[in-house]
Design a protein around this ligand. Structure first.
Ligand SMILES: [Zn+2]
Length: 106
């Protein structure tokens, strides 16, 4: 399981490109904010707010499927209050799926 989540601040610990098309890379030692984490094959693909990857289809990524391996990052900072907003976002998705309004008790 990947321990990174959306809105986490992460530090890049590996900026060596693996593929030729990996022209846009995060820089080692720099901090980034996670936009999304997605399961891809055996690993996890991370998207960042600050950087758009080059697309496997060519050009800057608009397909939304490209990202960097989660192993390139380590968690630097997580805001505790973000957990609640993530929970709220999750619950609002449940609401649209089930039609049932879940309750959040603060
Ligand atoms: Zn793409």
């Amino acid at each position: 399981m990947c321990d990174l989540r959306a809105l986490d601040v992460v530090e890049c610990i590996d900026d060596t490109p693996v593929l030729k098309q990996s022209a846009v890379m995060p820089k080692a030692g720099h901090l980034y904010r996670v936009q999304s984490v997605r399961r891809v094959g055996d690993g996890f693909s991370v998207r960042l707010f600050e950087l758009s990857p080059k697309c496997h289809l060519g050009g800057p990524c608009n397909c939304g499927n490209c990202g960097w391996d989660s192993g390139r990052f380590r968690l630097a900072h997580r805001r505790e209050e973000d957990k609640l907003s993530i929970l709220r976002a999750f619950l609002s998705k449940m609401e649209t799926r089930t039609g049932v309004v879940p309750e959040v008790v603060d």
